[in-house]
Design a binder for this molecule. Structure first.
Ligand code: ZN
Length: 492
């Protein structure tokens, strides 16, 4: 049966429209218009929403890892990326099904209905068994997932000069480092796995699951591996997602290795295209921004993560002005450690704007699009038509609690539609997400999942966490700090 969803304001392309409703059937938006007109056309339709809500497209988290709990909660203090990454091997593991289920439920509470999941393998060789479990977890939560299992084939724990680093370690740590620095998954086995996953799960009609490829980061992958990954994605009309230029040392690595910037190098090996999304991009070089825009490369902006790991601030205003599609990703590292996607949009909007009298670089409507349509496009491809309230598009919607957002400030006609996006984005939080629809089905009602008890999932995770078992890797922090300090000297 069709249903009509209306609200006091509807956000279309980030702009507020009054008296607008959607009619939904078979998982898609079948028509849109004034509420009274839709009701006369579909008198038997079920009704949802109303004057106390704001209606928007649901959000897409353009880059995350689905770890369920924050890395700090699990025992790894925030630090510079190169040091922090070495700590991740020491964390207790959560079964991939439970991790994805819980991550999905958390995101849904934030109004997120699609996620680009960059998998953190429990073990490289175990990934073929882990990925279907993670997909099952997201499916049970009701989220769409752009799944990209990672592959790397070099420089896992230090980016170059492995021998110099090894020589700096005391003998008892050398063997441990050697053991922790191995990748027991060959490129052959990886691409065989991807082919199997693609055949079993890739859904190019309803877009519940996309299987994508992820050479995990520029410095961790040989040219041959990156080229093979791009080729794999292009042949299947899928996508590539890579971490790139997250820290200053990654930029240094490119200059040291090729005598040019990372993006020039990727361009030279044919690895830039509209099928590519690059996560972070804090250290993108000014002269490469137009190149990225020309090639149609997407960027996943992970602002909180870049702040917490002290990576720096990406030049978002400059990239937006050049026309690069930038979507917002939480990277499992939101500022308040709570996966609140709405706060992340607020932060991205606020910090993107440069100081000065000139007009703002980014409006609240721009930021809203970065969390909805653009994030969806760079995660699932524009052909999926996610993240927009258009006739024919999949019906992924959120209803936000307008009364709660407005609070005590309540002149009857405030705000006018032109001020609504800014008023909303300055105030909205996860707790204001009251109802969430995925493909025509309400999965969150009154802030609670209709099928799964999130508290129960949380209890199951805590019951299985084994903090003692996760501590086998060596503590390399002091030696890594010293190693990269040498690179700082070279930069001077
Ligand atoms: Zn990441």
């Amino acid at each position: 049966m069709p249903q009509i969803v209306g609200a006091r304001y509807t956000l279309i392309g980030g702009e507020a429209v009054l008296d607008h409703a959607l009619c939904i059937d078979s998982g898609r938006i079948i028509t849109a218009g004034k509420f009274a007109d839709l009701l006369s056309r579909y008198p038997d339709a079920e009704l949802a929403g109303g004057d106390s809500f704001i209606l928007s497209s649901a959000f897409t988290n353009a880059h995350d890892h689905g770890r369920a709990l924050g890395t700090l909660t699990l025992g790894a203090a925030d630090d510079f990326l190169e040091i922090w990454l070495a700590r991740l091997g020491r964390l207790p593991q959560i079964p991939p099904y439970l991790a994805a289920l819980y991550s999905g439920l958390e995101l849904l509470r934030s109004g997120v209905t699609g996620v680009a999941h960059s998998h953190n393998p429990g073990s490289w060789a175990g990934m073929p068994a882990e990925i279907p479990e993670a997909i099952r977890g997201y499916r049970d939560a009701g989220l769409r997932v752009a799944m990209h299992p990672p592959i790397i084939d070099q420089n896992m724990l230090v980016y170059a000069e492995r021998e110099r680093f090894l020589a700096s370690l005391p003998p008892e740590l050398r063997a441990q480092f050697d053991a922790a620095d191995r990748i027991d998954l060959s490129a052959e086995a990886y691409f065989d796995m991807l082919d199997d996953l693609y055949a079993a799960f890739h859904d190019s009609s309803e877009h519940r699951v996309h299987i994508q490829v992820s050479p995990a980061g520029g410095q961790w992958c040989s040219d041959a591996l990156i080229q093979r990954a791009c080729d794999w994605a292009r042949r299947r009309d899928s996508r590539v997602q890579m971490h790139l230029l997250e820290t200053r040392y990654q930029r240094h690595y490119a200059r040291k290795t090729w005598g040019k910037g990372f993006l020039r190098h990727l361009e030279d090996i044919g690895a830039l295209g509209e099928w590519l999304t690059l996560a972070h991009m804090v250290w993108v070089e000014e002269e490469d921004i137009d190149l990225l825009a020309e090639r149609g490369v997407g960027v996943a902006h992970n602002l909180s993560s870049n702040l917490r790991l002290r990576s720096g601030l990406a030049p978002v205003a400059r990239m937006v002005a050049a026309g690069i599609p930038i979507g917002i990703g939480l990277d499992g590292q939101s500022l308040d450690d709570d996966q609140d996607f709405l706060r992340e949009m607020r932060l991205a909007w606020t910090l993107a704007n440069r100081s000065g009298l000139a007009a703002a670089d980014l409006s609240a409507s721009d930021a809203w699009r970065m969390g909805t349509q653009i994030a969806a496009d760079i995660s699932f491809g524009a052909g999926a038509r996610l993240g927009r309230l258009e006739v024919g598009a999949p019906a992924d919607l959120v209803l936000l609690d307008w009364e709660g957002i407005r609070g005590k400030w309540a002149p009857p006609d405030f705000p006018p539609p032109e001020l609504l996006p800014e008023f909303l984005l300055r105030r909205v939080k996860r707790e204001h997400v009251r109802q969430v629809m995925v493909a025509g089905e309400w999965l969150l009602r009154d802030g609670a999942h209709v099928k799964v008890d999130i508290d129960e999932v949380e209890r199951e995770i805590y019951a299985r966490l084994d903090f003692a078992a996760g501590r086998a890797s060596p503590d390399l922090a002091a030696y890594l700090r010293e190693f990269y300090r040498g690179w700082d000297e070279e930069d001077r």
